[in-house]
Design a binder for this molecule. Structure first.
Ligand SMILES: *[C@@H]1O[C@H](CO)[C@@H](O)[C@H](O)[C@H]1NC(C)=O
Ligand SMILES: *[C@@H]1O[C@H](CO)[C@@H](O)[C@H](O)[C@H]1NC(C)=O
Ligand SMILES: *[C@@H]1O[C@H](CO)[C@@H](O)[C@H](O)[C@H]1NC(C)=O
Ligand SMILES: *[C@@H]1O[C@H](CO)[C@@H](O)[C@H](O)[C@H]1NC(C)=O
Length: 744
């Protein structure tokens, strides 16, 4: 079943296989390392000389050093990437100037009706003067400059703060006033057979995320007539800088991600959106975490996807406290097809089937009954490649049990009409098929199978999909869940945003599914994933910034979290571990009343408190070492000023007690805020003081929340959801308080 979970990430399918391959063969990739030096770069030239000097000392010659170095990071941090043996890596680690050495790894990537659904209508209030100067940076698979979403009619020249560059590359003739930056990063030198060395998007993902974030208004966008409407990004007037770090078949390398973040940070972008995940290690060696910390120091918010590894617990990635981590929820629309059987009965299946059915009913067979030979009998019901007898499939619909995506391509490839796929999972996301097909649950599946076996010549038809209204929002089954594997003190994911069946721009260079035999092409397509949810939040961060250009990344994040719409624990059983603070609410995020602000040294204190050594975090702030013992005094149990609170229950006879010190900053009019606590049975929560008086803007007030959890609650897995709300007549500032136990 593992394969299935992997392949659910439509893009992930390829990436995962390739990544595993690389590991299995242990080829060249294992030799790339990233080496951090213990201070900030002085000048590019001196930093590069220093890197070559250090490398020469382990390589034995300057020639050897120059041959092995692939990148000098010299803008926001001092580091380099080079091809090294394990031995050489160890030697470098031992040098005084070197703070740390990490192996390079490869990762995977993880309509706009969605904006209306979450309350950012076309008519929303805007601050266009600032929005035009907002630059959003995306690390993704590239972009499609031909797309109407990125035309620059009506755009002035790039804002003067922009320092990035844009070149001409294969099939890419340069930037315009909408796409103001476009670069690609491929430091390992290995060409990707499915891609080109150019910012052009050969995959479709980067085009999709960019248009969700900042695409122009495009009327009549649709996918073969489905999901018709006006496509648009959160901030249609903002500019886009694309940093292509992910490649169609080789994934995304850490050293490329770092290089792109080094550039983005100094290019002058306001917001960074990263829909990439997989293999987050910890707060201080993970390339996204490290790069985002340097971005934070320059006032840039980094928004990341939580991952598509749900619904298992602790599957969340990108969980550093300075990242804004996004889960995927559904909107109130689903795509369904009607399946009609020869006996007149009909059922509903889920999926996107763009094919009109003109010819009435087709003969239908069950994959299990048309095996190629006795050997393939066991696998034929899954309709794997080379398991079905083409002569018995030709001209027929085939009933298959889902174990791997792409059975539609297998059936079509041997002359079949299409397929009806039975599955227990993923029935909340519409997969795009390349032949007439749909997905049904096992109850419906059993009825269809019984019918197939009840008559001599069974027939059926799958009709073109239609939009169906459904209750929403709920968190998608694939969306990664907490608790945070990196720290039991920080709730992750932070927020949920639409990430199911999102219509946005696509490329014409690839078919809709990328499957063999697919001839469907479209300028817009539907995609699902936390990768689609991430640019929704990055877009709203840009929207908030257009009203409050001076706010810190932590303030923008706090505004987004404390104004989120609470989601239902009844519908989402993992509660905050699935949706964080709740559903993104753009209209309220620009006017939060209070914010929880955090400066960079508080994060460093937090890391010390989490047990990281002073030397392991030095490269984050560009010093030789951090003296953790001088930073710890006064930093209580949970003093990181996070907008949510989380307490892990100890399995003991004693109650678990958590003390959360917090400080809020007034960003609204003078007011008195009163506290409201909501707590389930077994939790006793108090806040002191219960009322906060603000007489002026930017005034700060501290308070303390004490949580006491009864010991008997800790014996089995549970998530207890409580909340603290600071309220005036005009503002509601809500923080979830999560108390959980995870006995082993
Ligand atoms: C580049 O553009 C040319 C001309 O439009 C086209 O034939 C070619 O397929 C493109 N190459 C790629 C890799 O997209
Ligand atoms: C299976 O799908 C049918 C049709 O959509 C629905 O009525 C039924 O409740 C589903 N059964 C289960 C167990 O989900
Ligand atoms: C670290 O800080 C502690 C407490 O302030 C101090 O006693 C100690 O000397 C410092 N260590 C170093 C190496 O500076
Ligand atoms: C806050 O509490 C004070 C004192 O209890 C009360 O007078 C005031 O009306 C409350 N304000 C709001 C907005 O509930």
């Amino acid at each position: 079943m593992n394969m299935l979970a992997f392949s659910m990430r439509k893009l992930g399918f390829l990436f995962i296989l390739i990544v595993l391959n690389i590991v299995a063969h242990g080829e060249e990739t294992k030799n790339f390392y990233i080496v951090y030096l213990g201070d900030s770069p002085l000048s590019k030239q001196s930093a590069v000389q220093k890197h070559i000097g250090l490398l020469s000392s382990v390589k034995g010659s300057e020639h050897g050093a120059k041959e092995s170095i692939v990148y000098s990071y010299t803008k926001s941090f001092n580091a380099f990437a080079a091809k090294l043996s394990e031995n050489e890596a160890e030697m470098l680690k031992g040098l005084d100037e070197v703070a740390s050495v990490f192996p390079n790894r490869y990762r995977k990537l993880h309509t706009t009706k969605s904006w209306d659904f979450i309350g950012l209508p076309l008519t929303a209030k805007r601050n266009l003067k600032f929005e035009r100067n907002i630059i959003v940076g995306l690390l993704d698979t590239g972009i499609t400059p031909q797309s109407e979403s990125f035309k620059d009619e009506g755009f002035g020249p790039p804002p003067s703060k922009w320092k990035g560059t844009c070149g001409r590359f294969m099939n890419f003739s340069g930037c315009n006033n909408k796409i103001i930056g476009a670069k690609y990063y491929k430091l390992d030198g290995n060409p990707d057979p499915a891609d080109i060395l150019s910012p052009i998007d050969m995959d479709g993902y980067g085009t999709h995320t960019s248009s969700t974030l900042a695409g122009n208004l495009v009327r009549d966008a649709n996918l073969y007539g489905l999901a018709k409407g006006t496509a648009r990004g959160a901030v249609p007037s903002a500019r886009i800088a694309m940093y292509k770090v992910c490649w169609a078949s080789s994934g995304c390398a850490d050293m490329d991600i770092l290089a792109a973040l080094d550039d983005a940070t100094s290019d002058g972008v306001d917001i960074i959106s990263i829909s990439i995940g997989g293999g987050t290690q910890d707060f201080v060696t993970d390339s996204i975490s490290v790069g985002a910390f340097h971005a934070l120091k320059k006032g840039i918010v980094t928004v990341t996807s939580a991952g598509n590894d749900g619904p298992s617990l602790s599957s969340v990635s990108n969980y550093s406290p300075w990242l804004l981590t996004v889960a995927a929820s559904g909107i109130d629309r689903q795509f369904m097809s009607t399946v009609k059987l020869g006996n007149g009965k009909s059922f509903r299946g889920i999926g996107i089937n763009t094919f009109e059915s003109k010819e009435g009913l087709y003969p239908v067979v069950s994959g299990a009954d048309v095996a190629m030979n006795s050997e393939s009998k066991g696998n034929a019901r899954f309709c794997f490649d080379n398991t079905l007898d083409p002569s018995k499939v030709k001209g027929r619909l085939v009933y298959c049990t889902l174990s791997q995506w792409g059975v539609d391509s297998v059936v079509k490839g041997i002359g079949g009409i299409g397929t009806i796929v039975e599955s227990e999972q993923y029935l909340d996301t519409a997969q795009i098929f390349m032949a007439p097909a749909t997905m049904v649950n096992s109850t419906v599946g059993e009825t269809i199978q019984n019918y197939i076996h009840s008559t001599r010549s069974p027939t059926a038809v799958v009709y073109k999909s239609e939009e169906v209204k459904i209750p929403a929002p709920s968190v998608a089954s694939f969306s990664s869940r907490g608790p945070n594997p990196g720290s039991h003190r920080i709730l992750k994911p932070d927020i949920a945003a639409p990430g199911v069946d999102i219509l946005a721009a696509y490329t014409l260079v690839k078919s809709l599914t990328g499957l063999k035999g697919d001839t469907q092409r479209s300028k817009f397509t539907l995609m699902s994933g936390t990768s689609m949810a991430c640019p929704h939040v990055a877009g709203v961060a840009a929207y908030v910034k257009s009203f409050h250009p001076t706010w810190t990344p932590a303030a923008i994040k706090s505004a987004i979290m404390t104004t989120a719409k609470p989601m239902s624990k009844r519908v989402n059983k993992d509660a905050e571990f699935s949706y964080g603070a709740g559903q993104l609410n753009p209209a309220r995020a620009i006017n939060p009343g209070l914010v929880y602000d955090i400066d960079e040294m508080s994060y460093v204190q937090f890391l010390c408190h989490e047990g990281y050594s002073g030397s392991s975090i030095a490269h984050l702030i560009g010093t030789k070492s951090v003296n953790c013992s001088s930073l710890l005094p006064g930093f209580g149990y949970d003093a990181l000023n996070y907008p949510s609170m989380q307490l892990n229950m100890k399995n003991s006879q004693q109650p678990t007690v958590g003390v959360f010190k917090r400080r809020v900053t007034n960003v609204g009019p003078p007011s008195v805020y009163n506290a409201t606590i909501k707590a389930p049975k077994g939790l006793q929560i108090t806040v002191r003081p219960t009322s906060l008086l603000f007489t002026r803007l930017l005034q700060k007030r501290s308070f303390k929340v004490v949580v006491v959890a009864k010991p008997e609650l800790s014996t089995k897995f549970r998530v207890l959801s409580a909340s603290l709300v600071w309220k005036t007549t005009h503002h509601t500032v809500r923080s979830p308080i999560v108390v959980y136990s995870l006995p082993d």
